[in-house]
Design a protein around this ligand. Structure first.
Ligand code: PLP
Length: 391
């Protein structure tokens, strides 16, 4: 049985006519830059995330970049982040002329560990660290209460990399739930096609509860102009395309349903793995949803994780991947190399030791989890993993 890691065709099929009609409308409108579709999407995303402003931008990477530009990160500054993320999280720091500094991860959630974060800040005696970028990896929020408290103590900005986590939720100490991206100064989303809310090309968004910050983002994405042709600050062309906005508005209406289906698939995998001996033998570790909602919600909606990826920790990872691929099961390593191990950092900084992130990079594997995946397909995936360890 051939099972892809992601099947965008099955998501497109029921929406195809509606999407083509909406894209045709944008084409016929001849408004090809900014315009009402972008403004409407910004309003809808702001509302969905519980914030008062949102700024559509050209990608998730540019969302992070403009957020750092808005707080004037530059040469001589350092930005604290996790070593276990997609390259963009670190790339934007370097592009601002600043340097990254890393705190190791929590091995259960794979997100930045607040204890390690505090140690790094304590060691920063000359106070060059100006901001922290926690990443809500795989669709589960980092421990934001602890992160926000430490950031406040050290007076640094919090820019959430929520590229994989639009709609994921986090309970604060009072038990109130917050959407990813709404807790720091800025929350950055990506609409890359493989994200839970994906466009038909690149796109991104920055949300914030700070209107003044939101205003500077709107200038920065358009060359820093206000009014047109008057540039008090230096920005760039980071605009979101209205064709993407119109497609994303259609897909946003289905987002909660898709999150739900992914949660259901995650629960199915958990159940199927629990029926094998792989967990007891410590050959496979299934992902943990850290926070739990009140038990009066249904089993799936109690969950807060949006499962952009379903990532298991396994023994003999590289051989398992090769085996699954030979069985036409799509799987991927997110990420085979930590950020601090990337060659582009050579000569820029001393390589730190981050053993928990390094261990994760050597032992994790993402299985297909997309909403349209069937139980029969999932049974086959788990059967094949069992077969591999019986070889
Ligand atoms: C996808 C992703 C990005 C970048 O988003 P693009 O839209 O591809 O530029 C940044 N950070 C993380 C964690 C991501 O997964």
């Amino acid at each position: 049985m051939k099972i892809p890691l992601l099947d965008l065709g099955s998501q497109l099929a029921p929406l195809r006519e509606e999407i083509i009609a909406a894209v045709t409308c944008v084409i016929d409108s001849t408004t090809y830059i900014q315009g009402p579709e972008v403004v409407s999407l910004e309003k809808e995303i702001a509302e969905y995330c519980g914030v008062n402003n949102a700024t559509g931008v050209s990608s998730g990477t540019d969302a992070l970049l403009v957020a750092l530009m808005a707080i004037k990160i530059g040469a001589g500054d350092r930005v604290l982040t996790t070593p276990y993320s997609f390259f963009a999280t670190m790339g934007v720091i370097l592009r601002c002329g600043a340097l990254p500094v890393f705190a190791d991860i929590d091995p259960v959630s794979f997100n930045i560990d607040p204890v390690a974060m505090r140690e790094v800040l304590e060691a920063d005696t000359d106070r060059t660290i100006k901001a922290v970028i926690p990443v809500h990896l795989y669709g589960q929020c980092a421990d934001m209460d602890a992160i926000l408290a430490i950031a406040q103590e050290y007076d640094i900005a919090v820019i959430e990399d929520a590229a994989q986590a639009i709609g994921a939720e986090y309970p604060d100490s009072k038990g109130e739930w917050h959407k990813s991206g709404s807790m720091g100064l800025a929350g950055c989303y990506s609409f890359f096609p493989s994200k839970n809310l994906g466009g038909i090309g690149d796109g991104g968004m920055v949300v914030s509860i700070d209107s003044e910050f939101g205003e500077s983002l709107k200038m920065l994405r358009n060359h820093g102009a206000k009014p047109k042709y008057f540039h008090a600050i230096i920005g760039g062309n980071f605009r979101l395309d209205p064709i993407q906005a119109t497609v994303l508005r259609i897909k946003l209406k289905h987002l909660e349903k898709w999150h739900h289906a992914r949660r259901e698939n995650a629960a199915t995998y958990n159940r199927l793995f629990a029926k094998t001996s792989l967990l007891d033998e410590k050959r496979v570790k299934t992902p943990v949803a850290i926070y739990e909602k009140a038990s009066n919600e249904s089993e799936f909606d109690r969950n807060h994780h949006i499962y952009n990826q379903y990532v298991i920790t396994v023994e003999n990872r590289d051989a398992l991947i090769e085996f699954l691929r030979s069985k036409e099961i799509g799987c991927e390593i997110y990420y085979p190399l930590c950020l601090h191990e990337q060659k582009c950092l050579e000569g820029l900084m001393e390589k730190p030791r981050l053993p928990r992130a390094e261990r994760a990079a050597r032992s994790t594997i993402a299985l297909p989890i997309y909403p349209e995946l069937t139980t029969v397909m999932q049974e086959y995936v788990v059967e094949q993993i069992v077969a591999f360890y019986q070889l």
